[in-house]
Design a protein around this ligand. Structure first.
Ligand SMILES: [Zn+2]
Length: 97
């Protein structure tokens, strides 16, 4: 017997997103350190594959946000500032064709 589960609107949006160019979660994991360092250094648009993946993959986004928060603390940067940098990067790419 199967049980039906309703998807939340955010989950449906994520499933329908264009995730090209494609990057696997493993590749994302291998690149996330570098991506976070670039973000904290203030450079944007440096890794389109990562940005596209993070927009479409809530699990990896969660991982990236955790790492970003930890690295920001090391640098004495408020977590909210670091998270806003990531949100701005993702928002800038969200509407891209
Ligand atoms: Zn992923």
């Amino acid at each position: 017997m199967s049980r039906r589960r309703l998807l939340r609107p955010g989950q449906i949006r994520a499933l329908l997103l264009d995730s090209e160019p494609w990057l696997s979660c493993d590749e994302c994991f291998n690149r996330v350190d570098r991506y976070v360092e670039h973000l904290l250094a203030g450079s944007s648009g440096h890794d389109e594959l990562m940005t596209v993946h993070l927009i479409a993959c809530p699990a990896c986004l969660d991982e990236a946000e955790s790492l970003l928060t930890l690295r920001a603390a090391d640098l004495g940067m408020p977590a909210q500032t670091a998270l806003q940098t990531l949100a701005t990067e993702l928002a800038a790419n969200r509407g891209a064709p």
